[in-house]
Design a protein around this ligand. Structure first.
Ligand SMILES: N[C@@H](CCC(=O)NCCCC(=O)O)C(=O)O
Length: 256
């Protein structure tokens, strides 16, 4: 029985230790949102960094998803003070994502960044992060309360104002929406060639797009993958990303 092939989306893994061993892992909710929301086949990309055959890999996928993650982007990537020794880092994830972002933009592969992925994309374009938003003194609380049940951790936490006539505005057709918020870090300096698509009520950048991209290239600080089926805005984001991936697949099939 022949079935129509669906676009393939590469999902970056975290490298984390389980028991005595390192593993490459990705959150199920991201894979479900790609499968059901974007109608694409998710495949995991291990955080093998410079051992990844990026040029070969980027041709195999029709889109790239950079997921959230509890580890922090190493501040050495944006020339800031070294992270506090207790900070959970993931050097291999950093180095893998930065290579993937470059390759996806160069090759016109649709790219969606979520939370940590949003922060990685900002850094990849020369931007910087506040390592601890709650220490800066001008921002509302953007962290989740990890002592609460997950439903409450991922519940809507603040409003974002959407840039009129931008990509996100075109996708959502909304001037503002409420979003969840589960992040310690956030955009300090916006990277070169990025356009702000939304800001929080405290002025923190919450979404941006990539000016030079030949395809969908957007990143959001919140978590649209969380229970995406129950959120019309999330459905629209994953649907739009999926359409871009399907278009990439069609162009590749046409070009043979
Ligand atoms: N570690 C960064 C990014 C926060 C983030 O991605 N949180 C979600 C982790 C769990 C999930 O994938 O839902 C920061 O704290 O700023």
């Amino acid at each position: 029985m022949t079935s129509k092939s669906i676009p393939i989306v590469g999902v970056i893994c975290d490298r984390d230790i389980i028991g005595p061993h390192p593993f490459h892992i990705a959150g199920d909710k991201y894979l479900q949102a790609i499968l059901g929301g974007s109608k694409c086949q998710p495949v995991l990309i291990p955080a093998l960094a410079n051992d990844l055959q990026i040029e070969q890999l980027i041709e195999l996928v029709d889109g790239v998803l950079l997921t959230g993650g509890y580890s922090m982007v190493n501040p050495l990537h944006y020339q800031d003070e070294p992270a506090h020794p207790d900070t959970k880092l993931d050097v291999e994830r950093d180095n893998s994502s930065l290579l993937l972002i470059k390759a996806a933009i160069e090759k016109g592969v649709p790219l969606l960044g979520i939370c940590r992925g949003f922060q990685e994309m900002n850094v990849a374009f020369g931007g910087s992060l506040h390592q601890n938003l709650h220490h800066v003194g001008q921002f509302i609380e953007h962290r989740e309360d990890k002592d609460l049940p997950l439903e409450q951790q991922y519940s809507e936490s603040h409003t974002i104002k959407i840039t009129e006539h931008g990509l996100l505005h075109t996708i959502l057709n909304e001037k503002s929406i409420d979003v969840n918020s589960l992040h310690t870090q956030g955009v300090n300096e916006l990277g070169d060639g990025l356009t702000v698509e939304a800001v929080a009520e405290d002025g923190l950048v919450e979404a941006f797009s990539v000016n030079s991209a030949n395809s969908f290239a957007m990143a959001v600080q919140w978590h649209p993958e969380w229970q995406y089926k129950n959120n019309q805005h999330s459905i629209k984001i994953f649907t739009e990303f999926g359409k871009a991936c399907a278009n990439r697949q069609k162009v590749k099939q046409h070009n043979g």
